[in-house]
Design a protein around this ligand. Structure first.
Ligand SMILES: Nc1ncnc2c1ncn2[C@@H]1O[C@H](COP(=O)(O)OP(=O)(O)O)[C@@H](O)[C@H]1O
Ligand SMILES: [Mg+2]
Length: 244
């Protein structure tokens, strides 16, 4: 696997609270790394560090051969980092199309027809083309989540960061998102924070487990979900007892 994303020794602490402790990630072009971990594990912080809204204390972040760690968020966006937020961040008073257009303009740096075409393509890919003229604030939760993803891909990313894009959805809606992410991971390096085991099993090539900013485990989704470590940190069953 040639690495599209290569993270080495990534560290960040807020005083005593360590949110990233020597994190290492390798991800190829066209692949999906799932991320799980209890509340406060440092999952969202990892995305802040990758996007540049928070600067690391130490470590390197190489994307397609470029070093990102010292760069501000807008520069990283231009170099191909896009994020779909856990709580959808659309401009509610603008149309669905205008939201995607803003991402193509400010994220990908496109103008005019090229920006409009990229925006429309992103909406089509996410199943939102028929809602293009609707006001974003009027969308239901699934479509707001899909718009969050569409804005991400309209920004022409190399690395697509998905923060609980299936969270809060019904089982049928989760399946829609699973199919979407499975299709998208063919084009982008995807990191997907999600709490739904079967969704990650269906899409992720590997899953990593974060706890207190540390990567405790990285393996296939099935191996991770069955691991004693995951049972311990989610259900309080000591790993020793589970192994015995
Ligand atoms: N800007 C900040 N200042 C101080 N503590 C923070 C800040 N951002 C996050 N934290 C703390 O870091 C820990 C990890 O947070 P976060 O990455 O949001 O966790 P997760 O997304 O895994 O639930 C939490 O304990 C949180 O309170
Ligand atoms: Mg979070």
């Amino acid at each position: 696997m040639t690495s599209q994303l290569s993270v080495r020794g990534l560290c960040k602490a807020y005083g005593e609270v360590v949110v990233a402790d020597q994190i290492e990630i390798d991800l190829g072009h066209g692949g999906c790394l799932g991320v799980i971990g209890p509340n406060g594990a440092g999952k969202s912080s990892l995305f802040h560090l990758l996007t540049g809204t928070v600067m690391p204390d130490a470590g390197t972040i190489r994307l397609a051969g470029r070093e990102l760690a010292g760069l501000p968020a807008h520069a990283r966006a231009r170099l191909g980092v896009a994020r779909a937020f856990q709580v959808p961040q659309a401009f509610g008073h603008l149309s669905v199309f205008e939201n995607a257009l803003a991402a193509a303009t400010f994220g990908a740096g496109l103008r005019g027809d090229a920006a409009a075409a990229a925006a429309m393509q992103a909406l089509e890919r996410c199943g939102l083309a028929r809602h293009a003229e609707r006001v974003a604030g009027a969308l239901g939760l699934l479509d707001r989540k899909r718009l969050e993803v569409a804005k991400g891909i309209a920004a022409a990313p190399k690395l697509l960061l998905l923060d609980e894009v299936a969270g809060g959805l019904t089982e049928r809606e989760v399946q829609v998102v699973v199919d979407l992410v499975r299709e998208l991971k063919r084009s982008y390096a995807v990191i997907w924070i999600e709490h739904i085991p079967h969704a990650l099993k269906a899409v992720a090539d590997r899953v990593m487990v974060l706890h207190f900013g540390r990567k405790l485990l990285e393996d296939t989704p099935a191996a991770v979900m069955d691991s004693a470590i995951v049972r311990e940190i989610y259900m309080g069953i000591p790993a020793d007892a589970a192994a015995a």
